[in-house]
Design a protein around this ligand. Structure first.
Ligand SMILES: Cc1cc2nc3c(=O)[nH]c(=O)nc-3n(C[C@H](O)[C@H](O)[C@H](O)COP(=O)(O)OP(=O)(O)OC[C@H]3O[C@@H](n4cnc5c(N)ncnc54)[C@H](O)[C@@H]3O)c2cc1C
Length: 554
């Protein structure tokens, strides 16, 4: 995958996707698989917007039972199965538990009905060949069992627990990249660090975009019959340049990463009313050797450009977490990292607290709403449903293009590294045949990260054994991944490699030694001066607002 901006300007695309978040990435893949010519531009790096910040859960929809919206639950359960089929190396079953209480809606009886309904609505969840992806039926456990599952948690007000199974993304940044590289495999032209600054218009029709290479400042035009605007929270900024309005605004959502609370299960605990916030279910999710806790929502009626994360916002969230599990006693010093991003709300709800997110992803047909043809916008609210929202947007775009194409194939096509029918067997085979230079832990890590493509990295290590060396002591990331990111995955900055090509930055700011090692590996590939290396390191540090001093000197 090479960044070649000339290839964006030397043709007229059928579809140009703006925004390389999860919705844009899947839309580009979908369009390319339908046989259309496709371009995708992303202002920063692929996945560097909201998509980098999710709680990594592919929801089956259990929580939506309380709304009684069965079709939404069916969609989510179906999508969960689809994700596990098309990206089996990156999506894995996750055990979840919530304590049951005396409250009727949370009682053992009510939760037992909910679990039964959940099982029925996802009746086809195990219709796939891979036994590793089997999701067992939900069950109610006793109070004693709950205290065994959740050591340190005060179970005295609980009557037991409800256990069910969902799925977790092992590495959401790499998952997103799999869609980008799969789109490229299917013929798409993609480029990061290219911003759409305005739409090109002929009368009432959008015919492309004026774009800027954000690394050089160069301005150029990209022609396309249809433009799909997947800019997430920045949707309005771009629409307003064409005097268009949407009925949506943004809110902020955040997770915190702290030292490990529980290692095997995701746990939903209800907070008490604190700081004027009503009780809310917060999930404590196992995340590598740490825990990720989310999700906290903050109204943000202003432009997303003006949002700055401040300590009191994080403290407010910690107060909520501590009210749900007082033994944690979390303070700002315990926070290893804060993931935050934007989620859509209706403009009318923009100031409301608690935040009322739009329920489902939205596809905006600007021909219908504004009389402007050639432009469709997507506003997604969940990683889980991104594939299906992209499919809807592409169905609409194909209809407007008036051409005959292949049908949507994203639900049946495995992504680039996903050509694995039985993950457990694939991993066992990989471990069995691993060469001595790549040890067991590294092999396992490569399979979980690159799936069926892992052998390419092993081959690279066999040619250049020094690339097998670890970059960071607690994490199994090796030098070959940095080399691969620069040569094959369009990584241009240290932040791209630390934050989105490898898992080095996924649990907090890496040590200074790790940053230096990584920067030095990249500089021999990209000819960075010592000053430039330092600038790259500083830029990474900027993205970790909390706990810097401690982790840097660690
Ligand atoms: C804290 C948090 C936790 C979450 N947890 C979960 C979860 O557990 N499960 C789940 O299913 N969902 C979850 N979500 C929701 C999910 O992450 C989002 O719905 C999804 O990532 C949004 O993707 P997107 O592609 O629409 O937006 P983005 O990822 O923001 O992508 C939009 C992209 O467009 C680019 N862009 C903007 N303007 C321009 C321009 N002019 N030119 C070019 N590019 C441009 C941006 O740089 C950005 O990369 C969570 C979200 C948050 C914030």
């Amino acid at each position: 995958m090479n960044r070649n901006l000339e290839r964006l300007t030397d043709r007229k695309f059928d579809i140009l996707v703006i925004g390389g978040g999860i919705h844009g990435a899947i839309t580009a893949w979908d369009a390319a698989l339908r046989g259309l010519s496709v371009g995708l531009i992303e202002r920063g790096d692929f996945g560097s917007g909201t998509s980098q910040n999710s709680l990594k859960i592919i929801h089956g929809g259990l929580r939506y039972l309380q709304d009684g919206n069965l079709s939404r639950i069916r969609t989510m359960a179906r999508e969960r199965a689809t994700w596990m089929r098309i990206a089996p190396h990156l999506i894995h079953p996750l055990t979840c538990v919530v304590p049951t209480t005396q409250k009727i809606s949370r009682s053992r009886l009510a939760m037992s009905f909910a679990l039964r309904a959940n099982d029925m609505l996802s009746f086809d969840r195990n219709y796939m060949a891979d036994p590793q992806k089997n999701l067992l039926e939900g069950m109610i456990v006793s109070q004693r069992e709950l205290s065994r599952i959740l050591p340190g948690y005060d179970v005295s007000t609980s009557t037991g627990g409800a256990v069910w199974y969902d799925a977790q993304i092992h590495n959401s940044e790499r998952l997103l990249l799999e869609f980008i590289t799969s789109a490229v495999d299917a013929g798409a032209e993609v480029a990061n660090y290219v911003e759409a600054i305005s739409f090109l218009q002929m009368d009432q029709r959008v015919v492309g975009v004026r774009a800027k290479d954000t690394r050089t400042g160069q301005i150029f035009d990209i022609q396309s019959k249809m433009v799909i605007n997947c800019t997430g929270a920045w949707l309005n900024g771009l629409l307003e340049k064409t005097a268009l309005q949407s009925e949506y605004a943004t809110s902020v959502a955040m997770n915190v990463i702290v030292d490990q609370v529980w290692s095997q299960v995701a746990v939903g605990l209800t907070s008490q009313p604190v700081n004027g916030m009503p009780p809310q279910v917060l999930f404590i999710v196992p995340w590598r050797n740490k825990s990720m806790i989310g999700t906290h929502h903050i109204p943000w009626p202003d432009s997303p450009h003006t949002f700055k994360l401040k300590e009191p916002m994080v403290q407010g969230f910690l107060d909520q977490i501590n009210s749900a599990h007082p033994a944690l006693k979390l303070s700002l010093e315990d926070v290893r990292h804060v993931n935050w991003g934007f989620l859509p709300v209706h403009k009318a709800d923009a100031h409301k607290r608690p935040v009322r997110l739009t329920r489902d992803g939205v596809v905006i047909d600007h021909q219908k709403s504004h009389g402007i043809s050639g432009l469709v916008s997507i506003l997604g609210v969940k990683y889980t449903t991104a594939r299906v929202v992209a499919e809807q947007a592409m169905d609409l775009a194909v209809n407007q293009l008036g051409v005959k194409t292949n049908k949507c194939q994203t639900h049946t096509t495995q992504v680039r590294g996903g050509k694995i029918d039985d993950f457990g067997a694939f991993l066992r085979r990989a471990l069995h045949k691993a060469p001595r230079v790549v040890n067991e832990r590294s092999t396992e890590h490569l399979v979980y990260t690159y799936g069926s493509e892992y052998q390419k990295l092993v081959d690279c290590v066999l040619r250049q054994p020094d690339l097998a060396r670890r970059i960071d002591s607690p994490l199994p990331v090796t030098a070959v991944e940095v080399e691969h990111a620069v040569h094959h995955e369009m990584a241009l900055t240290l932040a791209d490699v630390i934050g989105r090509r490898t898992e080095l930055g996924s649990t907090g700011l890496p040590s200074m030694a790790t940053l230096q090692k990584c920067a030095s590996l990249m500089s021999s590939e990209l000819q960075w001066s010592p000053e430039h290396q330092q600038e790259e390191i500083n830029a990474v540090i900027q993205t970790y607002p909390f706990n810097q001093a401690e982790t840097i000197t660690a």
